[in-house]
Design a protein around this ligand. Structure first.
Ligand code: AMP
Length: 282
């Protein structure tokens, strides 16, 4: 496994791989790696000849400076974890590599309604930053496959929209959410949960999963209200709990009119913000 810390090194490696006709799988991450990230790397390795995993805490997608500051950065441990999971290159760019002074990397593309709901409502500017960093990293890595996690459902929808809008040839591959045994979706932020919050945290997935059995029995308004209440009961501060169309991400009225349905939530567990979702249909 190679560790590449700058663009010049990456370009040499990528050019050599492409000359050999090797297929490149790319897994962008912000580090503080866990089994969820490693599953993406394994998935990438099953599709491609070489796997590039980037670790870059992207400042432009944080709307809250203290969240950026508190974001865990255990780089030595991360590199250790990437051994033996099929990673060929760990790419550790600096802020100047990703955003060279003088280069305009911001995107004019606006994902519209997709980015105005849920995360977009509560984290203004977040998706503009996500599109900017993914687009820039794709320019640098030039992969065949981009592997992302279903855990960030809305992010996947926005990147899919971006790739389609840019007529990109990169194939987006979505990997299922990896969970702890008790159902909690793995997240880099979980290490910041207090012991008490860690014990409450599985309620998020449990509450989302209950919706599956309720979809044809209760109104969506009731489902969403009860979801919020269940989380509030133990002290979570939910920002949203929404049953949405799996493609447009807009709230739905009648489940029978939609082929793709997903329930998504974001909730504060103390000072840690957790998100999760469960696909209800198909
Ligand atoms: P992050 O480092 O949190 O920006 O995540 C990097 C990638 O890992 C994104 O595509 C995430 O959706 C994905 N990811 C994060 N947590 C999980 C998880 N528990 N299961 C599967 N993929 C995940």
């Amino acid at each position: 496994m190679l560790i590449i810390k700058n663009n010049a090194g990456l370009q040499v490696f990528i050019a050599a791989a492409q000359k050999k006709g090797q297929r490149i799988g790319f897994v962008p991450t912000m580090g503080a790696l866990h089994e969820g990230h490693l599953a993406l790397v394994r998935h990438a390795a099953s599709l491609s000849d070489i796997v590039v995993c980037s670790i870059f805490v992207n400042p432009t997608q944080f709307n809250d400076p203290s969240d950026l500051e508190k974001y865990p950065r255990p780089i030595t441990r991360d590199i250790h974890l990437l051994h033996n999971v099929g990673c060929t290159v760990v790419y550790l760019p600096s802020v100047d590599d990703v955003y060279p002074p003088g280069l305009n990397t911001s995107m004019r593309l606006k994902p519209g309604p997709l980015s105005e709901v849920m995360e977009g409502e509560f984290r203004p500017g977040h998706f503009a930053g996500v599109m900017q960093v993914v687009n820039r990293l794709l320019d640098l890595v030039t992969p065949d496959y981009l592997i992302m996690g279903q855990k960030d459902y809305q992010q996947v929808a926005i990147i899919r929209f971006m790739l389609q809008s840019l007529k990109s040839t990169v194939e987006l591959v979505v990997s299922p959410t990896i969970r702890e045994k008790d159902g909690l979706a793995m997240s880099s932020r979980n290490v910041r949960l207090t012991k008490a919050w860690r014990s409450h945290a599985p309620l998020i997935h449990k509450t989302l999963s209950l919706v599956r059995g309720q979809l044809n029995q209760k109104t969506l308004q009731t489902i969403e209200k009860e979801g919020i209440e269940a989380l509030e009961e133990v002290g979570f501060r939910p920002e949203y709990f929404r049953v949405v169309d799996g493609e447009t991400l807009q709230q739905i009225k009648d489940p029978s009119h939609h082929d793709h349905i997903v329930v998504c939530t974001a909730a504060w567990a103390g000072d840690v913000r957790l998100i999760d979702n469960v696909i209800l249909k198909p």
